[in-house]
Design a protein around this ligand. Sequence first.
Ligand code: PLP
Length: 375
Amino acid sequence: MHYLDYAATTPVPAEVAQAMAAVLTEHYGNPSSQYELGRRAKDLVNRSRAVVAGALGCASEQLFFTSCGTEGDNWAIRAALYQNRRVGRHIVTTAVEHSAVLQCVKRLEQEGCSATYLKPDNAGRITAEQVADALREDTALVSIMLVNNETGVRFPVEEVAALLQDRPTLLHTDAVQGFLKVPFTVKTLGADYITLSAHKIGGPKGIGALYAGGRAKPPQSLLYGGGQESGLRPGTEPTAQIAGFAKAVALRLERLEETLAHLSACKSYAIEKLRAIPDLRFIGQGDAPHILSVSLPGYPSQNIVSELDAKGICISAGSACHRGKASHVLTAMGLDKKTAAGTVRVSFGPETAFEDIDALAAALLEHKTTRFPML
Ligand code: PLP
């Protein structure tokens, strides 16, 4: 098999699986329990939090575990609106956010908020000036992602943070695709809320984290229950997932330079190989080292994905979360219909080998030469 869909999810390295298995079978205590087994589990959660917080450069108290990136996005947005309820109910975001942000903002519009959705240019870029122009007196929140999950384009979060310095408007960034792919710390980024998800960096699915710091107060709870996560995110801690998340972060940090160099090398190699395919277009030319978006205009991406699937090659048509529907990202970029419909996303990870890319290039070329284009 040639797995080239690391932006959708990643395999868990053996060390991560082992760390999780040890928690499930040996250190299975409930962190709230008062005896040794519970105390050990609590200690494990605390140590894991320190590892993830360390990777962001924040204090452990500013980091809350969540069930996924989607929860972190929803929580940050609602928490910011609650904190800024006296400022207003206007949100500035982009038309190319992940649906975890877009659908949350759409829901808030139904609840009486208003929103401005910034459109990218046809390379997928958004500028800080666009954000500045959209700000209003009643703007409670700007939510702008760090790295777009379809194009790999990095957005100017630092510049937006600088813009908001003297205003009450809070800043959230969905860093699910940027974490440990593009360098940043909470200090360099300057966002008040940062969302992470473990399964994009070799951690398990079903665990993420939300940083709330800067001008953000401890985030108003979405759930009501026990006292876990400082009483702000109740529910018995998923200790195995938390341990797996921390192990994945530690492993990536240990080999960060090497991994990033490998991702960049894979991307450059793929660009070189795919360039040889007649009429193939590169979309967005994203900055993130792990994402490459390409189009075979006229050749529907769903067909490409299924034909490659039959050859054991896994890639995605746009984003894995929008199967079957025209990608809102490509539509917002103003791509013509044929180019948008023919766009596929290839993404790389530490385990990617150049042979995987050779197989991809050969299969795309074969598709292009043996199938009829859509008229
Ligand atoms: N945000 C971005 C940019 C993503 O790419 C994803 C997942 O694809 C998410 C949020 C959602 O994360 P999760 O799958 O952990 O809910």
